[in-house]
Ligand binder design. Sequence first.
Ligand SMILES: Nc1ncnc2c1ncn2[C@@H]1O[C@H](COP(=O)(O)OP(=O)(O)OP(=O)(O)O)[C@@H](O)[C@H]1O
Ligand SMILES: [Mg+2]
Length: 239
Amino acid sequence: MIITVTSFKGGVGKTTTAIHLAAYFQQFAPTLLVDGDAIRSATRWSQRGDGAGLPFKVVNHAQMVNHIRDYQHVVIDTEGNPSDDDFRDLAQNCDLLVIPAVPETVATDGLTFTLGKLHALNNERYRVLLTMVQPKPRTDGEQLRAMLIENGISVFAAEVPRLVAFEKAATDGVPVYAAKDARAERAWKSYQSAGKEITHHGKHTNKEREVRRLATTHEPARLTDGRNNHDRKATRKKQ
Ligand SMILES: Nc1ncnc2c1ncn2[C@@H]1O[C@H](COP(=O)(O)OP(=O)(O)OP(=O)(O)O)[C@@H](O)[C@H]1O
Ligand SMILES: [Mg+2]
C-alpha cells in the first residue's frame, strides 16, 4: 500500500504522522518511508537516533526507485501546501492520502478552501486526521470533526492528542513509543488506531478493485465454495 501524507498548511504534523504510520506498518511488513520534503525532517529524525532509532528505512525521492520493489508498504512525507495539480497527482498516485489537520488552526485557516479541494477527490482517496488535539475543556477537535462530517469529508475516527512525548521522540530520533515520557504509550496508541483504520480501508479498496475487475472482465463471480454460477447450473441440470 502507498500512503501519502500531505496538507495545505505547514507544521500540522505531516512528518510526525508519516514516521508513526511507517512504524505501525513496519510491525507487519517491510515498510519504506520516502522523505519528499526538501527540508528533510524525516531524514533528520532518523539520523538523530544514530540510524538505529527508527525501525524502518528512510530514503529521499531520488533514491526511491532503487528501493520500492523491496517493500510492501511505502509512506511518503511531503512538503506542505501543494498546488492544485500537485495535489491531484499526489492523490492519484497513492492508495490513500492522509491529511493531518490541527483543529484550532483549520477553523481559522481557509477551511472552505480545504473543503473545496477535498470535494474534488473521491472519499476512497483521502482521509483527514485530526492532530495536536487539545484535551477537554477545549472542544475545537469535536467541532471540526462535526463540521467535516456534515460536509461529507472523510475523517479518521482516531485522533492524535497534543502531547510533549511527540516532541521528545523527534528530538531523540525515535518513534514515540520509545520516548522517555509518561504519556508515550498513549501517544503511540493514537497512531496505532489510525493505522488499524488504514488497514481496514486497504481491504475495502482491494475488494472494490476486485469488484471493478470482475465487472470489466465479465469473469463469473466465484462463490464461496470455489464454483461459479455456471458450474452450479450445470450441476443442477445433471440432478
Ligand atoms: N500530536 C502532537 N503533539 C504535540 N506536538 C506535536 C504533535 N505532532 C507534531 N508535533 C510537533 O509539532 C511540530 C510540527 O510537526 P511536524 O514537523 O510533524 O509537522 P509538518 O506538517 O511535517 O511540518 P512542515 O510543514 O514543517 O513539514 C514539531 O515540533 C512536532 O514535534
Ligand atoms: Mg514535515
